[in-house]
Design a protein around this ligand. Structure first.
Ligand SMILES: *Cc1c(COP(=O)(O)O)cnc(C)c1O
Length: 548
């Protein structure tokens, strides 16, 4: 009887046998199957809609500790436990209320927000078709669509001539880019391409992919590779350097200028120093188009010039900012992106696609040959199998979602979203400047900004002080206040603003804790942002002001 705790009496209709199994599989030839699909689909969508209506804040108050205590059973039941209808009810009643309502316009802390409802339909179609774009034999037209939509976005970034796209759009031998899991994998793939091109096969050496790092460094007479990016570079670059054997310490952070862009003087100095040591190779320079923490854009045109002069791979991490290219008013902010060797863009950020979708674009359609792999049963030489030049094997047909979304939204639709984000962030920055309690820390260039509680008298004190220890002490107190404030506001559950720690040009020796807002939800208005500031002022005055 040792098993009594885990074995529940099973309901008679709950049995795993062939008869029941056949019922749960999709069978196009059976019309009843369609009715079942529709019935449950409706239930799910209505149920989730009600969830979002009920839980306007972040999440219902239930501690993570309580939740983890409710999810500790590790035994898989021998027989079925629940019918689909009960599973759905349970998801809607017991799980969804403890998920995060990222669709709320008061949820402005992260790069995840409401998505257009048609994205849910498109994602469902992708699941229902269940194509695998690793190879043509399991995807057919979906592979063709991927090449087409990749060419469309490539054109948005690089704007090469019609002949170029005619030649490449459906060319089985060339690759303008690829869908990947997210921005992290896109950055990894970019550095993988750069690495393999830099350490290509040559007289007696078969290339780094075949022989490994030690042999490559020996063949090329170097001891070390570095990747240069501003201090605001995304940590996925360090991960990538780790995976690729370059070493994450060799992602070298370059200082920022006063607008939080990479300091060009500092970058040139670093390149010259590394170049004067003939045993070090500068593998890539990464320009950021929409830094995760501040939304700022590096001077891409200048970076392109520097990379061309020194023959360095120029990668642009536009995971966040890429879709700014849709906006006639603001696309100039990304000027120079067309000169990048490779560009990362996330689909699940400002393309408003469901989780998860990343993309990598290459200027040279032959670049990705450097990472090609073939196998006899799939991915045969000369085929259009998309799995030949990607890190992933099997993967979903995300291109279908993006292609349909582009048709439904048009450039105009995306541009309205981009403009709303940038303009609301600018208005929000003005509002912060007007309030004595706050200090705007990073001026928004796109739709992300950071600020902190720092009352006017303290700001004056900081500006006037010449004593470094005094300043440090004041900033430490402010850091504690802002850290507490963010936590208290999050726990209250009416709104969500995130927090990060920045080391800025203005305070080069100190880490400054800031509040961070990302304005991407079109329902987030200036009035809502004012309410969020009001709440922060109230929390500060009633609970934290005496820390100063
Ligand atoms: C979000 C982001 C990434 C990482 O993307 P994931 O999709 O989270 O893997 C990389 N770079 C920048 C600039 C980002 O904003």
């Amino acid at each position: 009887m040792l098993n009594t705790i885990t074995t529940r009496p099973t309901r008679p209709e709950l049995v795993a046998d062939w008869e029941h199994l056949f019922k749960v599989f999709i069978r196009p030839e059976d019309d009843d199957c369609k009715a079942v699909l529709i019935k449950y689909m409706e239930r799910i969508l209505f149920g989730l809609h009600d969830f979002q209506k009920t839980y306007v804040g972040i999440t219902e108050a239930k501690s993570l500790k309580d939740l983890s205590e409710a999810f500790i059973n590790t035994i898989i039941s021998e027989n079925p436990e629940k019918k689909l209808a009960d599973v759905i009810t349970c998801l809607i009643k017991e799980i969804a209320p403890h998920a995060v309502n990222v669709a709320s316009p008061y949820f402005v802390g992260h790069m995840t927000s409401a998505i257009p409802f048609f994205m849910v339909h498109l994602k469902t179609i992708v699941a229902a078709l269940n194509q695998n774009v690793v190879k043509l034999e399991t995807s057919k037209v979906l592979s063709v669509i991927e090449k087409q939509v990749i060419a469309k976005i490539h054109r948005l970034i690089y704007n090469k001539d019609q002949k170029f796209y005619d030649e490449n759009v459906q060319n089985a031998d060339t690759t303008l880019g690829t869908f990947v899991e997210g921005g992290t994998t896109a950055n990894l793939t970019a550095l993988w391409v750069a690495r393999n091109k830099r350490f290509a096969p040559k007289n007696g050496f078969s290339g780094i992919e075949a022989e490994g790092l030690a042999a490559a460094y020996k063949a090329y007479g170097i001891d070390r590779c570095v990747v240069l990016v501003s201090r605001l570079g995304h940590y996925s670059l360090r991960k990538s350097a780790g995976v690729l054997g370059i070493g994450n310490r060799n992602v070298i952070p370059i200082e920022l200028d006063e607008r939080n862009k990479v300091d060009l003087g500092g970058l040139k100095k670093a390149i010259n120093e590394f170049k004067s040591d003939s045993r070090t190779c500068v593998l890539a320079v990464v320009g950021i188009a929409g830094a995760t923490e501040t939304g700022t854009v590096d001077p891409l045109e200048d970076l392109a010039d520097i990379c061309r002069e020194h023959k360095i791979h120029f990668h642009v991490d536009a995971a966040w900012g890429g879709p700014t290219l849709f906006s006639q008013q603001y696309k100039h902010l990304l000027k120079g992106i067309d000169r990048a060797d490779s560009v990362t863009i996330d689909g699940h950020k400002q393309f408003y696609m469901p989780m998860s979708c990343g993309m990598l674009y290459l200027s040279d359609p032959a670049s990705m040959d450097a990472i090609a792999y073939y196998a006899n049963y799939v991915n045969r030489m000369g085929s259009v199998d998309l799995g030949i030049k990607t890190l992933a094997g099997s993967r979903e047909a995300n291109s279908l979602i993006l292609d349909c979304a582009l048709k439904i939204m048009g450039k105009k639709g995306y541009s309205l979203l981009i403009n709303h984000g940038i303009e609301t962030a600018a208005a929000f920055a003005d509002e912060i400047r007007k309030r004595d309690t706050f200090e705007l820390v990073s001026v928004p260039e796109l739709n992300i900004l950071t600020y902190r509680i720092c009352p006017a008298d303290i700001r004056e004190k900081l500006a006037a002080s010449t004593n470094e220890n005094d300043r440090r002490r004041i900033n430490e107190t402010l850091n504690n206040i802002n850290r507490d404030l963010q936590r208290i506001q999050r726990e209250a559950g009416n709104s969500f603003v995130s927090r990060t720690t920045l080391r800025l040009c203005r305070h080069p020796e100190e880490d400054i804790v800031v509040l961070r807002c990302v304005i991407m939800n079109p329902m987030t208005t200036l009035d809502i942002l004012r309410e969020i500031l009001d709440e922060q002022e109230t929390i500060f005055k009633s609970r934290l002001a005496d820390m100063l």
